[in-house]
Design a binder for this molecule. Sequence first.
Ligand code: FES
Length: 575
Amino acid sequence: MAAKKKPRSAAWFGREGKMGFIYRSWVKNRGVPHDQFDGRPVIGICNTYSELTPCNSHFRTLAEHVKAGVWEAGGFPLEFPVMSLGETLLRPTAMLYRNLASMDVEESIRGNPVDGVVLLMGCDKTTPSLLMGASSVDVPTIGVSGGPMLSGWYKGERIGSGTNTWSLSEELRAGKITEEEFHEAESCMHRSHGHCMVMGTASTMASMVEALGVGLPGNAAYPAVDARRNVIARMAGRRIVEMVKEDLKLSKILTRKAFENAMRVNAAIGGSTNAVIHLIAIARRIGVKLDLEDWDRFGKGVHTLVNLMPNGKYLMEDFCYAGGLPVVIRELGEAGLLNRDALTANGKTIWENNRAARNDGPDVIMPFAKPFKRDTGIAVLRGNLCPDGAIIKPSAATPKLMKHKGRAVVFEDIEDFHARVDDPKLDIDEKCVMVLKNCGPKGYPGMGEVGNMPLPKKLLKKGVTDMVRVSDARMSGTAYGTVVLHAAPEAAAGGPLALVRNGDVIELDVGKRKLHLHVSDKELAARRKTWKKPKLPMQRGYWRLYVEHVNQASEGADLDFLVGKSGSDVPRDNH
Ligand code: FES
């Protein structure tokens, strides 16, 4: 019979002599009895709690529920903090620090006596950063999302995070509401713990955790303050102990099949465009080949089933009561659009977990045969303006603008945009294409969520609600509009976007997956000769490391030296 594999934590806690003394004794300082070091699975609880990340401010409680589960299953939990990334306070953008946080996660897991890990994730970037870091170590892993906030309500209507921030601020700019009403709405929008409660990036990524099989069924939709959220945390604590015993590593769950499922689920939920970058980055860490074209391929023929903001009218709380993501997964499975045998963290296949899901809210989750919106997977665009691709989210766009030709109105960077967009003399009408440069990974830096540029005030006043916008930036998952994003290579890396001038004609044809700049190659070559690389905003530290090493959006915007994994081998002793 093969000898039972020792847990990696035994290289710390199972030692004799001086090193065993050092590794155990300091841990005992908070009252841990000696029998906790008897070789039982040691479970790291990777916590992104921070008051600077309001969406994760309940994570201390969540961690206690995970611990209870670990103890119940005979494991030994050790909670540790990692860099937490909040979308609302962190500047210039949380995305700049996603890769830094992933390094923190990776090294914290590998360098410590951790046999398995539970990842506590909520606000947008906390999910990909933790999954990327854990993928590069590849120990048994479960993801637990913090859950969405309760619905916002104002004047008898649902108001959703971000989505109604954009619409209310446009109404304020257009003079349709007062400052007082605006402030009142601000207080009514976010009224409980949890992350944004629209199908924005946080809810999308929580759905990806469930669809990838890294989280337990129900992970995406239970509100943060619902007792069932704590139950999920506790069950994750119990289950991770078993996963360590089964040696069920993350790479056995994060397979190509799992990513294919996730891309289809993203289309079916009308998920955030940010998921494209994050999933590519996670896949490249774990060693699965995934590229931009896969998003188009696997999104094809998938319809949006959920009527949730920013594409529809309901919120995550409604989604939960309707049955949540399991219903969507069942619909995809029945439509033949699911790898049913993909393994999940609870040891069952995704189909076993979801095949009996019941739809209790047919107005919130529509059946595949009568979907909310048809054929709405992420569209990947190509053309001389984006040789390495750009994307658009058709479910959030205006159908009549999906085929459009217009005169470019160019903003050189975000400051230029803010300085001129509301200038009454700005030469622009609703048929123009708004172009924003230098907001990509290197340019912003960190790819700001500024691609959904607010429309000029004078056009809002005329009643214009959408225009074609093109940039190398990202867009908040809570936002909407006919917005072409992630143009690669970006302007700051010398991509063709850098060469666009006012008055050029840009053609968008989503049906043909085309984004074309009607300027000759000869003229573009001449313009390139005069192009100057923008100066780095900060010459030292992490910003410099980031700008020098970040990959383009089409490759997941990871740092080039972080792609791949180094495994979970135990490093040499520290004394
Ligand atoms: Fe944290 Fe939206 S701001 S999820």
